[in-house]
Each structure stands twice: as structure tokens, then as C-alpha cells.
Design a protein around this ligand. Structure first.
Ligand SMILES: *[C@@H]1O[C@H](CO)[C@@H](O)[C@H](O)[C@H]1NC(C)=O
Ligand SMILES: *[C@@H]1O[C@H](CO)[C@@H](O)[C@H](O)[C@H]1NC(C)=O
Ligand SMILES: *[C@@H]1O[C@H](CO)[C@@H](O)[C@H](O)[C@H]1NC(C)=O
Ligand SMILES: *[C@@H]1O[C@H](CO)[C@@H](O)[C@H](O)[C@H]1NC(C)=O
Ligand SMILES: *[C@@H]1O[C@H](CO)[C@@H](O)[C@H](O)[C@H]1NC(C)=O
Ligand SMILES: *[C@@H]1O[C@H](CO)[C@@H](O)[C@H](O)[C@H]1NC(C)=O
Length: 214
């Protein structure tokens, strides 16, 4: 990808410029700059994205973004359905605005260095099918009770973090979904407790269950 690093940074900066002047960015639905070195655009990436109200998919994995702003005065990109910000070296807490993106189907913020608790507001992302917060090391707090209400979840990956609390209630709650789609549940390498309830048997689509090192 080396050849495209500069052009990707320039594209993001151009988007920033054109958005500033109101040209033709309203129609950007899909942006994938995965693997491009956007280190220089780190302070601007979120304000830039916020000027793309029609965005449906945003893929920026491994871009060296490093800065994850905690607040946004207003969120414009609320149609976003796919967000991949994995491996960007973010080291703050999970930004509250993630949980305002209620159209999200796939959210991947794995392999960063995020910390802080999983908020109950995670429960508002009811369309989520794939949630990957694995390998952040320091995401902690209790497993939110609400998580079990995300009945569309097909894959939940929280491994290699410091999540505490009971898995019993969580699995009970998931098994209460009319149609449980969950296929992959990777909660390994955390600090979870509890026992596996009989209701695990209702998760009929479950193929992969990883609980090691809890
Ligand atoms: C990314 O770009 C920055 C500055 O443009 C540079 O210092 C850094 O070494 C680059 N990183 C990689 C992994 O190429
Ligand atoms: C949101 O979009 C509107 C219209 O495109 C624009 O006027 C406004 O500045 C944007 N807000 C932010 C925070 O970028
Ligand atoms: C996110 O949602 C919360 C609760 O609905 C609301 O109070 C907050 O203003 C929203 N934040 C943004 C940036 O839109
Ligand atoms: C987080 O990253 C920023 C910028 O890279 C750095 O200045 C800061 O020291 C880091 N904080 C921690 C706790 O690692
Ligand atoms: C994990 O969480 C527990 C309880 O919240 C805390 O005492 C401990 O220091 C955390 N461990 C790490 C490695 O952050
Ligand atoms: C139940 O979930 C599966 C897997 O996501 C899906 O293929 C199926 O159509 C769903 N059935 C109903 C009745 O919603």
C-alpha cells in the first residue's frame, strides 16, 4: 500500500477542504482508506467524516488515526451502517457518540488501546450484527445487562480486555430473544464470573463459544 499513503492522506484532506466549501461531498456513501497512513490527518479525520452525512460505510482500519475525540457537537453521519476503526492506536475511553449511531450493523474498534467501561447505551444499537471490541486490553467494567437485548447480534467479540461481572444474566437475556442469531461469542481473556445457565441451549445458532482465561 506504500504508494497510496500520500494520496490517501491527500484524499482525506481534499474531502476536508471540499466539505468546508460545500462541494459534492453530500453523496459520499462509501469510504475505504484501510491501511493508508493517515497520521497527518489524525486531528481532522472525525470533523471531516462528520461532513459526509450520506456515509453508509466507513473503513479506516490501521490508518494511524490515534486521536478519538470524545465529543461531537452534532452527529451528521447517522446513516452509518458499517464502521471499522480497528488498529488505530486510540488510547482514550469509548466515545459516547458511537452509541448515537443507531443504524450501525457492523462496529469494529478492535486492536486499539481503549479503556473505560462498556456503557449501558450500547443497548441502543439494536441493529448490530457484528460487534468487535477485542484486544483493547483495558476495556473494563461490568458486562452491560443491555447487551443481551441486542437480538440481531451474530458475533460478539470482547476478548483480551478486562470486562467483569456475570455472564449468567447476559446469556439468559440473549436466550430470551425470539430469534437468537448469535453464532460467535468470544469473551476469552477477561475477568468474567458466573456459570453457564441451561438457557445456553436456546442459542441454537451458536457455533463458536470462547470463554478461556476468565
Ligand atoms: C506514517 O506517516 C508519518 C508521517 O507522515 C511517518 O512519520 C510514519 O513513520 C508513517 N508510519 C508508517 C507506519 O509508515
Ligand atoms: C453537518 O452537516 C451540515 C449540512 O451538511 C453542515 O452545515 C454542518 O456544518 C455539519 N455539522 C458539522 C458538525 O460538521
Ligand atoms: C446522543 O444521544 C443522546 C441520548 O439520546 C443525546 O442526549 C445526545 O445529545 C446525542 N449526542 C449527539 C452528539 O448527538
Ligand atoms: C495516548 O496517546 C497520546 C497521543 O499518541 C499520547 O500523547 C498519550 O501519552 C497517550 N496516553 C496514554 C495513557 O498512553
Ligand atoms: C481490571 O479490573 C479490575 C476491577 O475493575 C481492576 O481492579 C484491575 O486493576 C483491572 N486490571 C487491569 C489490568 O486493568
Ligand atoms: C432468524 O435468524 C436467522 C439468522 O440470522 C435468519 O436467517 C432467519 O431468517 C431469522 N428468522 C426469522 C423468523 O426472523
Amino acid at each position: 500500500m506504500a504508494h497510496s499513503h500520500t494520496s490517501a492522506s491527500i484524499l482525506l484532506l481534499v474531502l476536508l477542504e471540499t466539505a468546508t466549501f460545500g462541494f459534492c461531498t453530500a453523496d459520499v456513501h462509501f469510504l475505504n482508506l484501510g491501511g493508508a497512513n493517515l497520521t497527518k490527518a489524525a486531528p481532522y479525520w472525525l470533523p471531516t467524516v462528520n461532513m459526509l452525512p450520506s456515509l453508509v460505510e466507513l473503513h479506516l482500519p490501521g490508518c494511524g488515526l490515534s486521536i478519538l475525540p470524545l465529543t461531537l457537537p452534532q452527529i451528521n453521519f447517522t446513516s452509518l451502517s458499517v464502521l471499522d476503526l480497528s488498529a488505530n492506536g486510540f488510547n482514550s475511553t469509548l466515545s459516547p457518540w458511537f452509541f448515537n449511531l443507531t443504524e450501525l450493523v457492523n462496529l469494529d474498534i478492535s486492536m486499539n488501546n481503549l479503556n473505560g467501561a462498556l456503557p449501558e447505551t450500547l443497548g441502543s444499537l439494536t441493529r448490530l450484527k457484528n460487534l468487535d471490541l477485542s484486544e483493547n486490553s483495558n476495556i473494563g467494567g461490568q458486562l452491560p445487562r443491555n447487551l443481551g437485548m441486542l437480538c440481531n447480534l451474530q458475533s460478539l467479540k470482547l476478548s483480551v480486555n478486562n470486562v467483569t461481572g456475570e455472564i449468567t444474566d447476559f446469556i439468559d437475556s440473549l436466550s430470551g430473544c425470539t430469534n437468537t442469531s448469535i453464532k460467535t461469542l468470544d469473551l476469552g481473556y477477561n475477568s468474567l464470573t458466573g456459570h453457564l445457565p441451561n438457557s445456553l441451549g436456546y442459542l441454537t445458532n451458536l457455533r463458536i463459544l470462547i470463554l478461556r482465561s476468565n
